[in-house]
Write a protein that binds this ligand. Structure first.
Ligand SMILES: [Zn+2]
Length: 502
């Protein structure tokens, strides 16, 4: 199956075919660094880092660029409030952002260009627009003339007349059209600024992304990503500037991720989902979140929703993902304990499973592993449905646990059957690793060695027998006595029992 992606430019899923076969360029709009990063800032990087990993798995050579907006009115205002220079504040906030990405396993971004390092490229691009008659100066400010771009609105389906709302903050005197936006803003001597053909000033937000994406990926490139709130005006304006300057198509596929919402209780007592925003004051810094939860769980959480859907953030939602993730880790540990083999660092090879499958049960189990493998990749090929793919992992883990229990591998280990179950666990780890999940064990959740596992298997069997014989007092006693040793028995929905250390 081939990868299909939903393209905002055409409003449909399309077969993904890079401009140059085998190579993919991706540009994602990164943060404006003026306040501590929150979970919303991690969504784009985690999604596009996972997408890059998947494309690399499929054999592409991928370059991923995420910009840092380090010059902006908001940064200037906040730095004045804090008594810092704009650069100092930007550096400080960027540092926290990079630390968070590092913890979240976002390690595939090739370049983090900063706007202030590309002022020369930005000025050149504005000059090209001027030569094409699409940029004009008014008292040191330079505007883009949207009437020079016949396709204006092609991305957002918003026409120039009804966009006053979106550009209000950029409005200034002397504009030719209400929708014209600033490419360059004049700066007073005391303000942050750079010399330019139009006097001292600083770049507008939209032009920096056009200049940096084209500098790193070429005038036409494959994928441009960002949050859905950026479609208009930011991305619409990027398209307009870039196409008008070069006369060539800009990004071929536009991918927009859903925004983060928070579940909060309204004054009337009812629950509602609202946009996460600084003005609503419902944001928790990501630094705090990463102290409360294992960073892996946050990555799991962000990839457990389809990227185009809103992510409903709440402690309950993260707890639920954490529980599911822990079950997967427990299964992987279970297999490491039973087999004495490394599950994480060897590739699952489905082909060797043929000869291991002796009985009909083995064959059915082998087929389950095989079809889960295919199903997982099919989900990713279908508009990068990581939520569907992760659901396949949970199901596969259930199947492996069930097989181990049915074949009583804890107490009656059979070499071939253990190898088959091990292949299943390795397939789980390998598939997770495609998305940057399950790369390393996260601290033991069961503990103990092979003997401990066998002994626990005996206790679980004795308890099951006691319950079958309606000797509930004995069954409860076994559970309670294990509890005093900080060992918890957990009954699964299929009737089997799992154990872990508290
Ligand atoms: Zn941007």
């Amino acid at each position: 199956m081939a990868l299909r992606l939903y393209n905002t430019l055409t409003n449909q899923k399309e077969l993904f075919e890079p401009i140059e076969p085998g190579k993919v360029g991706i540009y994602v709009c990164g943060p404006t660094v003026y306040k501590d990063s929150h979970i919303g800032h991690a969504v784009g990087p985690v999604i596009f880092d996972a997408l890059k990993k998947y494309l690399v798995y499929k054999g592409y050579h991928v370059k991923l660029v995420v910009n840092i907006t380090d010059v902006d009115d908001k940064i200037i205002l906040e730095s004045q409030r804090l008594g810092l220079s704009m650069r100092e504040l930007a550096e400080q906030v960027s540092k926290g952002y990079f630390e968070a990405l590092d913890k979240l396993g976002v390690d595939s971004i090739d370049v983090f260009p900063r706007a202030t390092e590309h002022i020369g490229h930005i000025i050149e691009l504005i000059q090209r627009l001027g030569e094409n008659g699409a940029a004009y100066e008014v008292n040191g400010d330079v505007y883009f003339d949207i009437s020079r771009c016949p396709n204006y609105g092609c991305l957002s389906n918003r026409k120039s007349e009804d966009q006053a709302e979106g550009t209000r903050q950029l409005a200034g005197g002397g504009k030719r059209n209400a929708g014209d936006f600033a490419l360059w803003k004049a700066a007073k001597e005391s303000e942050v600024g750079w010399d330019s053909p139009w006097g001292r000033g600083r770049p507008g937000w939209h032009i920096e992304c056009s200049a940096m994406s084209m500098h790193y990926l070429g005038e036409s490139f494959d994928i441009h990503g960002g949050g859905m709130d950026l479609v208009f005006p930011h991305h619409e304006n990027e398209v307009a500037q870039s196409v008008t300057a070069t006369g060539k198509p800009f990004a071929k596929y536009w991918l927009h991720n859903g925004l983060t919402r928070v579940r909060t209780k309204a004054a009337g007592g009812e629950w509602k989902n609202e946009k996460m925003s600084k003005s609503l004051g419902n944001i928790k810094p990501i630094r705090e979140l990463l102290e409360e939860y294992p960073p892996q769980a946050i990555r799991f959480f962000l990839l457990s929703t389809h990227y185009r859907r809103p992510i409903d953030f709440s402690d309950d939602a993260i707890q639920s993902v954490l529980k599911g993730m822990t079950n997967i880790y427990r299964l992987l540990e279970r297999l490491e304990r039973l087999s004495g083999e490394d599950v994480y660092h060897s590739k699952g090879s489905v082909t060797t499973m043929e000869e291991l499958a002796r009985t009909e049960t083995d064959k059915a189990f082998r087929n389950e592993i095989h079809s889960a493998h295919l199903h997982y990749l099919e989900n990713l090929d279908d508009d990068f449905n990581t939520a569907g793919a992760i659901a396949v992992l949970y199901e596969l883990c259930n199947s492996i646990n069930r097989y181990i229990d049915q074949q009583r591998l804890e107490t009656h280990p059979n070499k071939d059957q253990l190898t088959l179950a091990l292949e299943g666990a390795r397939t789980v780890a390998m598939l997770g690793q495609i998305l940057g999940l399950l790369r390393e064990p996260i601290g033991k959740t069961t503990g103990g060695d092979a003997l401990a596992g066998q002994l626990m298997g005996l206790f679980i069997e004795m308890r099951a027998e006691a319950r079958q014989n309606k000797n509930f007092a004995l069954a409860d006693a076994i559970r309670h006595k294990l509890k005093t040793l900080h060992i918890v028995l957990e009954d699964r929905p299929d009737g089997s029992t799992d154990w872990h250390k508290e």
